[in-house]
Design a protein around this ligand. Structure first.
Ligand code: C6P
Length: 404
């Protein structure tokens, strides 16, 4: 059970007003808010032990290195990643996916097939399209059914001995639907294909165990799980990370450099060229500690309660269409009302202090599939309340009245 008043008190931003109204922040799928402990970790690093890591023998450098590596260990345990060296720090989910796709010519050859789903974010489409163009492979798409779930029969039909990679998000950011990733992985492995799961919308909202899923690669963004922007995680199976060429060359990722030949460092450094986002890594470690303290099961259960309540209340609005209204989903509600443009609704509710996202959510193929320009998207977090949902629904009703 969550003590919501206590939880909310830990997020300073929730006390502010927007346009003269108490902030109702329902844009958590874009980025989560940050608890005081994460803000404190950032201030503490820059105030007390700012130094570059893995480089200096001096005390500050060692202190920063220790805290940074302890943060990596926190993140490792949070996702049940076997080893710290498989827990790679990146700048975010987009970077993590690109790091795999840019070197994936070692796994995907000319004539091979890469399967993506129709509900992917652009960052889990475009890098794979680029790979396919580079190596002469073919991109195949798992279609989405009218209810927002993936067509698993069609997926089965797509799989064959040319399938080299399958890339799917755990939770769709455009619809909120949770995809059956364990089953997707199992079927892909049956044809010896590798699988990358984009965890941008699952991380921080549900318990994720990369080993139980048997994912080959799993990607996340720190800013979606109470951490800062500019930090993310790439998990990969050890033998695959060893095979994957480095994404960037530079300091820290090398073993020996000469003009004749350079050899690379081992994991995780091979993929961490240059001075990393030290503060971001440390703050993500603090975010993970915080989420553990609140409890991922508590978070998932409470957010589901918000989803059920929010869906019920929004359905009272005449002319509403919710996309992806299925039981197995995260606390994300994507909808339109009659033929009103989502942007117009978003603009009016913003005047009432309510932050929702409108538009295509960087998932244009989803919008094309449903023949819409975009949606209004309300996405909840564990620091939101049913009272805030009531405020949003009233505001939506007012906006619809004004725009009808
Ligand atoms: N979706 C949203 O409002 P980055 O920007 O690298 O942190 O994450 C990219 C990304 C990849 N996959 C999925 C499923 C995502 O939801 C996102 C980010 C935000 O929906 C910003 S566009």
């Amino acid at each position: 059970m969550l003590d919501i008043a206590k939880v909310r008190a830990q997020f300073p931003i929730l006390k502010r007003e927007v346009n003269g109204k108490p902030l109702v922040y329902f844009d958590n799928a874009a980025t989560s808010q940050k608890p005081q402990v994460v803000i404190d970790a950032i201030v503490d690093y820059y105030s007390n032990y700012n130094a570059n890591i893995h480089r200096g023998v001096h005390a500050l450098s060692q202190e920063a290195t220790d805290v940074y590596e302890a943060a990596r260990e926190n993140v490792r345990a949070f996702f049940n990643i076997p080893l710290a060296k498989q827990t790679l720090f990146t700048s975010g989910n987009t970077h993590s996916i690109n790091a795999v796709a840019s070197g994936a010519h070692v796994f995907v050859k000319e004539g091979d097939e890469v399967i993506v789903s129709a509900v992917e974010h652009h960052s889990n489409i475009v890098p794979w399209q680029m790979l396919c163009e580079r190596v002469g492979a073919h991109l195949k798409v798992i279609p989405v059914l009218d209810n927002g779930t993936l067509d698993m029969d069609a997926y089965q039909q797509l799989l064959n001995d040319k399938t080299a990679f399958v890339v799917v998000n755990h939770v769709s950011n455009a619809l909120g639907v949770t995809n059956p990733v364990a089953e997707i992985i199992k079927r892909a492995h049956a044809v010896n294909a590798l699988v990358l799961i984009d965890g941008a919308q699952s991380c921080g909202h549900m318990k994720v165990d990369v080993q139980a899923l048997d994912a080959d690669f799993y990607t996340m963004s720190g800013h979606k799980m109470c951490g800062p922007t500019g930090i993310g995680i790439l998990y990969g199976k050890e033998h695959l990370l060893n095979e994957l060429p480095p994404y960037q060359g530079g300091g820290e990722m090398i073993d020996q450099v000469s003009f004749e030949k350079t050899t690379y460092a081992g994991l995780p450094h091979k993929f961490e060229a240059g001075t990393p986002n030290i503060c971001g890594g440390i703050a993500l470690g603090a975010a993970v500690d915080y989420l553990n303290e609140v409890g991922m099961d508590n978070i998932a259960a409470y957010e589901h309660e918000l989803l059920v309540y929010g869906t019920e209340q929004l359905k009272k609005i005449d002319g509403i269409t919710i996309y992806g209204d299925v039981p197995d989903k995260a606390a994300v509600i994507s909808f339109n009302v009659s033929s009103i443009h989502p942007y117009d609704i978003g603009t009016i509710v913003d005047k009432l202090g309510i932050a929702v996202r409108t538009g295509h959510h960087c998932a244009q193929p989803v919008m094309t599939r449903f023949n819409i320009p975009g949606t209004v998207r309300a996405s909840f977090a564990f620091y939101n309340t049913k009272e805030e949902i009531d405020v949003m629904v009233q505001a939506m009703q007012r906006a619809v009245m004004m725009l009808s």
